[in-house]
Design a binder for this molecule. Sequence first.
Ligand code: ADP
Ligand code: MG
Length: 606
Amino acid sequence: MRYRCAVMAPELSSPRIFLLPEVVVNQIAAGEVVERPASVVKELLENALDAGARSVRVDLEEGGVKLVRVTDDGCGMGREDLELAFASHATSKLRGVDDLEHIASLGFRGEALASIGSVARCRIFSRQPGDDVGWQVECEGGRVSEVREAGGAFGTVVEVRDLFFNTPARRRFLKRERTELGRALDWLQRLSLAHEGVAVVGTHGAKRVYDVEADMDLRARIRRTFDAELADALVPVAAEDGDTRLEGYVAPPRFARRDTGRQMWFLNGRFLRDKVLIRCLRDAYHGFLDGPLHPVAFLSLAMDPARVDVNVHPTKSEVRFRDDRRLFGFLRNALAEAVRQTDAATPGGRLLSSLERRGEWRPPAGSAPRLPDPGSSRDPLVVREVAGKPLELPPIEDAPARAPGQGVDPWEARDELAGPYVVVDKTYIARATPDGLEVVDQHALHERVTFEELRRELSEQRLEVQRYLVPELVEVDRADVALASDHTELLAGIGIDVAVFGPTTLAVHGLPARLPRPDAQALVEGALAALRERGEAPTLADLLEDVLHRTACRSSVMAGDELGESEIRALLERASAIEHDQTCPHGRPTRVRFTLADLERAFHRR
Ligand code: ADP
Ligand code: MG
């Protein structure tokens, strides 16, 4: 991380810990830092990282209540440092008020060790690289011992035993061991994900519960921490705006969850739960994610510490950006770009898994559901059917022989979009793909195609408008008439040609030609609502996007339309030409695919 460890460099001469002057103390957003073992783990780990450690070990007992011990190989502390380590507002990371303007370290308030020391039995051993001896100090319920000479490896060991031994009231708030351990491990994982280059080991009792090696990159760390299916599906993000740098990964929409547990933002190595960043990411998934689910992403922001105020919240998990408008525009665009590149397909195997979870389907005994199965290489299915006709049993054909090694990679194989197509309920188109079976929702797909084509026309400045001989009249309220008349040019820019007709009436003279069944009322209302919501002058692309999100369904209706074979093919071809065709603009899937492996599972063949 570019801005890490700038303050506490090992070459600083000792003693380096100072008591903060009172004026600084009063300006610090102080708060309770020790709530549970997880807070101890977080604070001690952050200290180790601030000390430039390359290798950190965290040992826990009884969920961390009995023991949290963090061992690092960082810059260590000298004798005078240890004398001050447990004092309130004693820190090496901040000197004066001005330093609050550019905090590059994870800690800076000098409160953590003091708070921990007041509610536990603590011991610090530390030895600075190159020194012949190390030093040790104890603190029990706030009583600090003499500093004594002691032997040990370079770096620091901080041991925290019997948390809340002297405050039984707080001890009663602790949850079961498993819960406390889970929260402690959350911090271990978050900070490990945020700090490539640092090896982290976690143990609980005699068991090793977590480890990442120093040379593992973020994707490898995610694979180790969560699972391989997620890690493999991630799409990288890397963008720069001035000296602000965004890096990390976004996951395909299908990984979205009800909780935000797998949505991580790191700012200069600090884990954040910042509402604004969460909102940015949500915006980026707009149109790809349905309902109240939270996208999964691991994102790291590096910027000049002077451009962000981290001193606004006691847990430091919320911050204030100094130039937020520009930052959010930059983030939203970079993220949306990456989200569009994720594989948003809905694998049929996933549907099977969710049926399984609901108890409506059981996999054959002994089969381990793993999806999709990249190892499956079979001949293409042969389905004989003509669109719209009742389904008959397909004649059996000899599959063509395949040369050895000529496997078909699911999803990747060349798809000729060939029929025959089977249309069910005038809505769902089923057809064979090189590796299985695909069912398309023609309505949803058409909606997405229309949406993307309109966007492309707009960006290439060739948006076609269908003009009406007789304008269509739309009733709105007075305020909206005024709003429309203030923004006629903007609206015309996205193909909505309106003029004021009466105190509560607008005349629509033209609409985008792309829309097969433009609903003038819905489009105008959508556009006005978008204008109201955006407030400031939106860009044409943003406005179009908002309007389409609101009205795409009605204006590009196709469900129920009977499509002939050539129309189906044309729709599939148009879809294959656009960048993102796996969900409709509202985030519902446009297609569901069953690989051969899925079908085999469904029929208990494996
Ligand atoms: P802060 O991190 O806000 O400065 P802490 O109470 O967490 O406050 O730590 C106080 C000081 O102790 C730090 O500023 C740092 O100088 C020193 N320190 C704590 N842990 C370590 C460590 N693992 N290695 C080196 N120095 C440490
Ligand atoms: Mg600290």
